[in-house]
Structures are given as C-alpha cells and as structure tokens.
Design a protein around this ligand. Structure first.
Ligand SMILES: NC(=O)C1=CN([C@@H]2O[C@H](COP(=O)(O)OP(=O)(O)OC[C@H]3O[C@@H](n4cnc5c(N)ncnc54)[C@H](OP(=O)(O)O)[C@@H]3O)[C@@H](O)[C@H]2O)C=CC1
Ligand SMILES: N[C@@H](CC=O)C(=O)O
Length: 458
C-alpha cells in the first residue's frame, strides 16, 4: 500500500474486502454522457471501487452525470447519491468535482465543457477524437494556460488499445517512419460481416450500431472521417505534425460493392479500411484513409470484427503492432478508467501531444499500386480506350481482371496498376468517367503493400 497518501488513517484487516478506507480522500467525478461509454465507466467504477482505493489511495466517486435527457432509463445502475442532470453547470460550477469525464461526443458543447473544466482547474478525461482532431492546437494552448489541470484521452484512438500512452512514452529515442492500420471498429466489423457473414451493408451497419460501435452519426464511421480524426491525432504524436484533418485524403466504405470483395478474393486477399501516415522525407509526411486491398498473408487481413490494429514502423523497434478491441462499451470504458485511475494516483501525463517535429510539411499525395474498378455497358474498344487513357496519365497497368460478362449493361472489370502517383489515377478515373460506356463513378483504392505487384510478377 505504498501509494496511500501520508498521514491518512487506514485500517487493514485480514480480508481485503473488509478494509476500512472511509478516511481516504475522494476524487469526485462529473461525467458528461451516460451512453455506451459513460455507462461502461460507471459500471467499472462500481465494480472495482475497493480495488481502486487500494491502487490509488483515493475513493473514486461518480458524483454527477450530465445527459441530454435525464428522464431516460439507463442500461446501467446509477450509483446511489449520484445526481443525473441536464445542466452542464451543475458539474462545472461544483468545486467539489475535481475530475470531468467527457464522453458525450460532438465538437461544440463538448468543447465548451472541456475548456471550462480545464479553466476551473479540473482534470479532464475524454474519448472524443473528433474534438481533439479538430481543436488540438487550441487544446494544447489551453493546457499551457491551465498548468494545474491534466488532460488525458487514451480512449480517443482505437478504443481499448493503449496506443496513446505508448506513442507518448515509448518512442523518445526512436524515429517513426510510418503508421498504418485499421483504426475504426465499426467499419471493420461491417466489412467482416459483409465479407465473411454475407450480410448486406444495411444489416451490417444496424448490427454495428446496436453493439455500440458506431458514432452517434455513423457517417463519421462509414465515410472514413472517424478514422481520419484518429490518424490526425496519431500523426501529431508520431511526427509532431499538425495537419488540418480535412486535408487528409479520405474515402470511406460507402462505394465498396460485393463485386469488390469478389475481385479481392480472386486476387487472393480482402478489403480493409486503413489509415496510413508515412514520412516521405525528413521534411514531409503523407497520409490517407481509404479502403485498401490486403493480401491474405498480411496480418491486417485476419483482423476482424471491431478489432483494431496499428503497425508502427520505426528505426529502432522496426515493426511494432498494437492490436485489440477498437470500439464498444467495455474496451473504450477501460481506457477511460486507465486515465481516471492514473489521475487519481497523481501520475503526471507525459507530454500530452508531441510538441517536437513541428514545421514538417503535409503532402496530400502518395504513390501506390492501385486497384481500379470500372463498371460499364459492353461495347467495342473498351480495353484499347482504357490503355490509351492510362498511357496518357503515365499509369502503368499490371493486370486486368474480369469475370465473364453476364449482363451487357451492367458489367465490370478491374485494373491493377504498377506503383503510380494518386494524382495520375484520379486523372485517369475522371477521363474514364467521360466515356459513354462507363457506368457511374470509377472506384479506386490502394493495394496496401507495394511489393504485392512484384511478388505477383515472379
Ligand atoms: N462507442 C465507442 O465504441 C467509442 C466512442 N468513443 C467516443 O466516446 C464518446 C461517447 O460515445 P458513446 O458513448 O458511444 O455515445 P452515446 O451516443 O452512446 O452516448 C452519448 C451520451 O452523451 C449524452 N449527450 C449527447 N449529447 C449531449 C449534450 N449535448 N448534452 C448532454 N449530454 C449529451 C447522451 O445523453 P442521452 O443518453 O440522454 O441521449 C448520451 O448519454 C464520443 O465522443 C465517441 O466518439 C470513443 C471510442 C469508442
Ligand atoms: N465509432 C468508433 C468508435 C471508437 O472509436 C469506431 O468504430 O472505431
């Protein structure tokens, strides 16, 4: 019990459960949000309260919970004495509450809550990646103005995986070259259900929402924006670079069709929504979020359901992969609890955001092998025209895949390119779309590992 504060009465008996710890100081929490994550936090605190006292030397008490509708029935037990309110100031103006946990989401009211709490010297724990990604420099500035208040956000990236802590503390002597991985649980769950469970897009999304994986606005998940927010945060931690997240090329899973899974299978792999950030040289970093073709022997291909995985390539450690549950009540609440317990123990966070490496340039283009799917109405000369357009834009074709045509008005084929610039593929896609036989938008995505084409060429 060395972590117990000095001069505090403490009676230990032979049984841990009968320890009398009434005299311990109490960290009083005000939680904003009583939904998927908020409910999990309350449940874990209730279940582990005695252990947390031993661990931290403090009682941890959920004093108030602020929600949108206080009359709504909750799917967790509200602790006795805890006040459920709809009024932010009931928490923010309560001087006895010294820790605020923001798990309500959004970037407007949540920002007010976080900033006011910090101004009042309260520690803040949040899971809100959208807020951090959008306002990171402002949050950093605020933290400098409020040196007494701590800010922790382990749950904001990859739910239950302790990636923030690791990025904050495990790489000071190392140089990160690349980060890549599956950083959205909802879409990975959906892609797995569609690929392996034969579910439709709508069925998969409904199930992901029911399991608490989706954001309140699931467009953030399926559009790739949630992954982009997380990537933006990881980029700051890995490279010290601040990028406006809207500058990061972002494609979600909405344009994927069953055909793409069929062609991916034909190529021996599958499709995952991946975020990648990569040092181009010492001064610049490139990044994107996109569905990617991954081969079946790629470790990401077997990361299924709401599991997330992030691979960090660095000079000293070479390749380190972090894998675990990326969404859902208990994995996410677990990360919030880790932050709450660390604060109750009095641990000071390492630099919340990596302030070094600022000044690096963000470049919104990258080279890759690409998968390009064209839907078409059958006509003569299609392959020749495709070849001409690719040649015009310097897009070298590695292979062409096509299942036998069963409908002349609704056919499709896939081009796999050699390693080419994204911009060249964009230009070629836009030229294809001008042609009479081309049905609708052309879909393209990177092939994750660039050596795939060379391996296939042997
Ligand atoms: N779910 C997950 O797997 C993960 C979520 N996160 C993040 O955690 C946060 C919370 O997510 P989650 O628990 O899933 O969301 P939910 O939608 O399940 O819960 C949100 C809670 O916040 C309350 N709330 C929402 N808006 C307001 C408001 N303006 N004022 C007061 N209360 C409000 C809601 O009240 P009421 O119940 O009355 O409607 C609800 O209790 C988000 O930032 C999300 O991005 C991070 C990692 C994983
Ligand atoms: N909607 C998010 C929740 C966790 O961040 C996801 O699915 O990853």
């Amino acid at each position: 019990f060395t972590s117990l504060p000095q001069n505090r009465a403490f009676t230990a008996t032979s049984s841990k459960s009968s320890l009398s710890m009434a005299d311990l100081p109490v960290r009083k929490l005000g939680i904003f949000g009583g939904g998927t994550v908020g409910g999990g936090i309350v449940e874990i605190i209730q279940k582990k309260q005695d252990y947390f006292k031993e661990l931290t030397g403090h009682g941890i008490e959920v004093a108030k919970i602020c929600v949108r509708d206080a009359s709504k029935k909750r799917d967790f037990d509200v602790p006795s004495g805890c006040i459920v309110t709809e009024n932010y100031d009931d928490i923010l103006d309560d001087d006895s509450i010294d820790m605020v946990v923001e798990v309500m989401g959004g970037t407007t009211d949540a920002k007010d809550v976080v900033f006011k709490a910090l101004s009042k010297g309260k520690d803040v724990v949040t899971a809100n990646k959208a807020l951090i990604a959008k306002d990171l420099p402002e949050i950093e500035e605020k933290l400098e103005q409020c040196p007494g208040a701590e800010f922790r956000y382990e749950a904001a990236v990859c739910g239950g995986i302790p990636i923030i802590r690791s990025m904050q503390s495990d790489f000071p002597g190392d140089d990160i070259d690349m980060l890549s991985g599956i950083i959205n649980g909802c879409t990975n769950f959906m892609l797995t259900s569609m690929d392996k469970g034969g579910k439709s897009y709508d069925e998969a999304l409904a199930e992901a929402s029911a399991l608490g994986y989706a954001e309140a606005d699931p467009t953030l998940d399926v559009g790739g924006f949630d992954a982009r927010s997380k990537l933006r945060i990881l980029m700051r931690l890995a490279f010290g670079i601040d990028v406006d997240e809207e500058d990061i090329a972002c494609r979600g899973i909405t344009e994927l069709s069953k055909l793409d899974f069929d062609y991916a299978k034909m190529m021996g792999g599958t499709i995952k929504l991946v975020g990648v950030a990569k040092k181009v040289d010492e001064e610049s970093v490139a990044a994107f979020v996109s569905p990617c073709y991954v081969t079946s022997d790629d470790s990401l291909s077997s990361v299924n359901g709401a599991t997330n995985a992030v691979e960090v390539i660095s000079s000293n450690l070479q390749s380190s992969t972090y894998i675990g549950q990326g969404a859902g009540r208990y994995p996410t609440a677990n990360s919030c609890i880790n932050d709450i317990v660390a604060l109750a123990k009095g641990d000071k966070a390492p630099m919340p955001f990596n302030p070094f490496g600022k000044g690096k340039k963000f470049v919104n283009s990258y080279d890759s092998v690409f998968y390009i799917r064209l839907s078409y109405t059958d006509a003569l000369g299609i392959t020749r025209q495709c070849g001409e357009i690719c040649e015009k834009h310097g897009v070298s074709i590695h292979s062409i895949l096509q299942n036998p045509v069963t409908s002349k008005t609704d056919a499709a084929f896939v081009l796999v390119t050699e390693k080419v610039p994204l911009d060249s593929v964009k230009k070629a896609a836009s030229d294809f779309e001008e042609l009479d036989w081309c049905n609708g938008p052309v879909f393209y995505m990177p092939v994750l590992r660039e050596d795939w084409v060379e391996a296939m060429s042997v």
